[in-house]
Design a protein around this ligand. Structure first.
Ligand SMILES: Cc1cc2nc3c(=O)[nH]c(=O)nc-3n(C[C@H](O)[C@H](O)[C@H](O)COP(=O)(O)O)c2cc1C
Length: 182
């Protein structure tokens, strides 16, 4: 099947399989609630607006972490580095999340955990939430942001698995092609 024929053919497995072809970075969204660090892995993150500075995340309604972060009204988005697949897996679980062995420091604007070895971090406060079916869409205003380790490469998620930027000849050719007119 190469194209959509009717709404009935859209089932969750098809959605996962087709949409899994969209490669993305991986983040851990963190917050400090009652002095306890909390976090969850989020792939559906994007930069939304420069003026005002807004980012967007989409969170499953089944999440037990998100209601606590939403109540707090602010969080940090940590863009993971290529060495952090273990962190992404650990914070992608429903239970047993722990910051043990995950060094972090409080972000300057919100105190939310900024993870060591993340490539970048963004602290934000919730601006608006929207209905997103079985997810909630949260648009948040950026309060502060920075790069942790400018040289490190991001962790990627593609077709249900973790990967990293390729350093092959093909990848080098693509980069050269894309940078030609820049
Ligand atoms: C690579 C990866 C990406 C994920 N992206 C999302 C996402 O964008 N939105 C979401 O709600 N959950 C996402 N999850 C799942 C959540 O991290 C997971 O359901 C959450 O940590 C559940 O725990 P909680 O009930 O304590 O919130 C992702 C998990 C992984 C491993």
């Amino acid at each position: 099947m190469s194209h959509l024929q009717s709404p009935q053919v859209v089932n969750p497995d098809t959605m996962r399989s087709v949409l899994g072809r969209f490669a993305s970075g991986v983040t851990v969204v963190t917050g400090l609630v009652n002095d306890q660090p909390l976090g969850m892995t989020i792939q559906s993150f994007l930069s939304l607006s420069l003026e005002p500075p807004l980012v967007l995340i989409s969170v499953a309604r089944t999440s037990s972490t998100w209601p606590l972060l939403r109540l707090q009204g602010q969080f940090a988005v940590n863009i993971l580095g290529e060495t952090q697949a273990g962190v992404a897996s650990s914070f992608g679980r429903r239970q047993g999340k722990t910051f043990d062995g995950v060094p972090w420091r409080p972000g300057p604007a919100t105190g939310s955990p900024v993870l060591k070895n993340a490539v970048a971090w963004i602290e934000a406060e919730i601006w608006q939430t929207y209905d997103g079916g079985d997810h909630e869409i949260a648009v948040a205003r950026v309060l502060d942001l920075g790069t942790e380790d400018y040289e490190s490469s991001p962790l990627l998620f593609y077709r249900s698995g973790f990967t990293a930027l390729a350093h092959t000849d093909a990848a080098a050719r693509t980069r050269a092609h894309c940078n030609k007119d820049a």
